[in-house]
Design a protein around this ligand. Structure first.
Ligand code: 6R9
Length: 681
């Protein structure tokens, strides 16, 4: 059976030789004091977060750091007023960064003869300020965008995405960015929930040398919205790939035409937003088929990004920072757009795939720009470690002084490879744990604090000071060291979501009701705290998958499956995958008239592609079965299915699930085994 959770942890501990971490970055003498006092004392927590907030710009200063009188609806920086776009551009310019490079964007196409990218666009802080002001103006004057309105973005990794995000924040409006790997259905569902009347997209983008067309997916989504009572009034399209598009004059407009007659030096004053207004919603998956609109605040979010950029990335004015995530997910929102700009950094944004035109593209980017801080995912590391290490060694990566990872647990092999090749067996390399819901990184290793918390490779490090995290059993009691339990936050933190958009009851039910009688935030993750207080997050405890670091609920996949006329029932589990971490494995029961065949399996994958998107369909396996095993109360026996897929023996699976007769388990075992064998042949 594939190793998971505790087993991996043990292997990690047994095999890793702690490196000689050099405590040479920076040290804060009072850090330990903060750490210890904030764990015990609520007043110290407020002082700590107040101290960080004091380093930021506020139109109006807050009068209370935290109002916890109505949990779980915590309010941070009560009475304060600020604006994310102002903090990211105007305020940076005011601090002398007007002509400093803020963003270096590299397109995917590669010029073989010149041995360089075909397109690079560079933006100073002043450029970002100017260009986002022009967009704000066009949105306000031409499309009548008002404070509070939600715009939906369906954009690839091109500079217009951060520009539109900043332009929206400037107006005090909000965005909902939908990852460009989602389908028209998924995009429409999110646009409808957000009630957007404007969608911003691109004609297409480059991926592994091919043009991927986006706009037709939006056209389809517009139709679905209309059928469901939402009229999309405008689709703004950025010209990126030059692919041919159908055009509907009534609602379509090119981005370049929209801004063509706006004076280049126009300014739009940044709206003074309440600290607890919300800045954006970002949909994420849970255990039901309906995505959750996480509603992120403004003031607390800004402070949390600022503090984590400083303490976990140790940013300095001369750093070149690169986070490889996609802005369509939270990591990109927080640590490509809002966080790095807030700390005045120069950061890299890359459009394409890490292995195009060859699997050394990323190393070439690090060398060409002299990247000093690197943030990536275990999936990407596992993809790149399949190639000879010489490919990495060809490049000068000596500038890198910090390399962290995020998105999923990092397995020992991937960590060692990353640490050896990028980390030179020396620098700070850790796995930072957090979620869409948390807004900010909540754990990590703190560069320069090696004497207080020696860096322990492979762990998620310590909770961020001022945040308390525990590993709990079903009753909400703290698990002893090294015993697996559920990861929970036992106190609020400033970057936290405020609620779920238009669904506060679900917010309370999903996150705050797991441990009876205790107002703790349930993360949905399994974790261990070791004898030294370090956290090891082991993976999801619920029916949520992380496919290549992308979060997707099995319920979403199952509900998409039964929309197909041939499917009677389906059960999806995560199968471990050497590169992507997990991939969807879907047990499918067909309606009587249909019989299993490879063509139908392909058709079902195509169906998944149109209902959810390529992010699920390209890796999914469909296995036809006669029935899915259920408990007496009718719950699908996922643990049993998972165990069988992982190669467990019959003896193991018969004891797995409560309330299941051995005979039923055996029957399921045989049926699944034969489906797997058919799948192999
Ligand atoms: C930032 C992000 C959140 C889930 C989370 C957990 C997993 C994220 C991790 C990690 C182990 C890490 N996760 N970082 N697991 N180590 N360093 O990924 O947000 O897409 O909402 O996913 O990702 O399972 O609960 P999101």
């Amino acid at each position: 059976m594939a190793k998971e959770g505790v087993e991996v942890y043990k292997e990690f501990e047994a095999n890793i030789i702690p490196p000689a971490w050099k405590d040479r970055i920076w040290n804060k003498d009072d850090f330990k004091k903060w750490y210890e006092t904030t764990v015990k004392d609520k007043k110290a927590v407020e002082e700590w977060w107040g101290k960080w907030a004091n380093e930021l710009f506020w139109f109006k200063k807050w009068n209370k750091v935290l109002d916890d009188s109505n949990p779980p609806f915590y309010r941070w920086y009560v009475g304060g007023e600020t604006n994310l776009a102002y903090l990211d551009t105007d305020w940076q310019i005011a601090q002398g960064r007007k002509n400093k490079l803020a963003l270096i964007w590299e397109g995917e196409p590669w010029d073989e003869a010149m041995e360089q990218p075909k397109e690079v666009r560079k933006f100073t802080y002043y450029d970002l300020f100017r260009e986002s002001n022009v967009i704000s103006y066009a949105l306000r004057e031409k499309l009548k965008v008002k404070k509070g309105e939600i715009l939906t973005f369906y954009l690839p990794m091109i500079p217009e995405l951060p520009l539109y995000m900043l332009a929206t924040q400037r107006l005090g409006a909000r965005h909902s960015a939908v990852y460009s790997g989602f389908s028209a259905d998924a995009l429409a569902t999110r646009a409808i929930d957000a009630g957007s009347r404007i969608i911003v997209t691109a004609d297409g983008f480059y991926r592994r040398g091919k043009i991927i067309s986006l706009k037709p997916i939006v056209d389809e989504a517009v139709k679905i919205c209309a059928q469901n009572g939402l009229k999309i009034e405008k689709v703004i399209t950025v010209k990126r790939a030059g692919n041919e598009l159908p055009w509907n004059k009534e609602i379509d407009t090119w981005h370049h035409e929209l801004i063509s007659d706006v004076p280049k030096n126009v300014t739009v004053p940044a709206e003074k937003c309440g600290s607890e207004d919300f800045s954006y919603i970002l949909y994420t998956s849970g255990t039901t088929a309906t995505p959750k609109g996480c509603q992120l605040p403004i003031g607390g979010y800004a402070v949390s990004l600022y503090a984590t950029m400083k303490l976990i990335f140790d940013v300095k004015d001369n750093d070149i920072y690169w986070c490889t995530a996609d802005i369509g997910w939270v990591t990109g929102h927080s640590y490509i757009v809002y966080g790095p700009l807030l700390t005045g950094l120069t950061s890299i944004m890359y459009e394409g795939s890490p292995d195009y035109p060859r699997p050394d593209r990323w190393w070439s980017i690090i060398q060409r720009y002299g990247v000093t801080i690197f943030y990536t995912t275990p999936t990407a590391i596992r993809l790149l470690m399949k190639f000879p290490e010489d490919l990495v060694r060809k490049y000068d990566l000596s500038t890198v002084r910090i390399c962290h990872s995020v998105g999923e647990p990092i397995n020992p092999e991937a960590f060692r490879w990353y640490f050896r090749n990028i980390g030179k067996d020396d620098i700070v390399a850790s796995s930072t744990w957090w979620m869409t819901e948390t807004g900010q990184m909540l754990t990590g290793h703190f560069p320069g604090l090696g004497k207080i918390f020696p860096l322990k490779p492979g762990t998620n490090g310590y909770p961020f000071p001022g945040v308390t995290m525990e590993v709990l059993d079903d009753d909400g009691n703290t698990c002893p060291p090294r015993v697996r339990g559920y990861l929970a936050m036992t106190s609020p933190w400033p970057g936290m979501l405020m609620t779920l958009y238009k669904n506060s009851q679900r917010y309370v039910d999903v996150y705050w009701s797991r441990f009876k009688g205790k107002m703790y935030f349930y993360t949905g993750d399994f974790a261990i705290k070791d004898q030294d207080g370090y956290l090891w997050v082991l993976g999801r405890a619920d029916d949520v998958l992380k496919v290549a670091g992308h979060r997707i609920g099995t319920a979403e996949i199952e509900s998409a499956m039964i929309k197909h006329p041939a499917v009677a029932e389906s059960a999806c589990i995560g199968k471990s995958d050497p590169v992507k971490g997990e991939i969807p494995f879907i047990f499918t029961v067909l309606k009587q008239r249909y019989s299993p065949n490879p063509k139908l399996a392909d058709e079902l994958k195509m169906h998944l592609r149109t209902t959810i998107g390529p992010l699920v369909s390209s890796d999914a396996t469909i296995a036809f079965v006669d029935s899915v095993p259920k408990t007496r109360s009718g719950k699908i026996m996922r643990r049993l299915l998972k165990a069988i897929v992982c190669g467990a023996a019959i003896g193991d699976v018969t004891t797995l699930e409560d309330g299941v007769a051995i005979e039923e388990a055996k029957k399921a075992y045989e049926s699944v085994k034969s489906a797997l064998e058919q799948e192999k042949s």
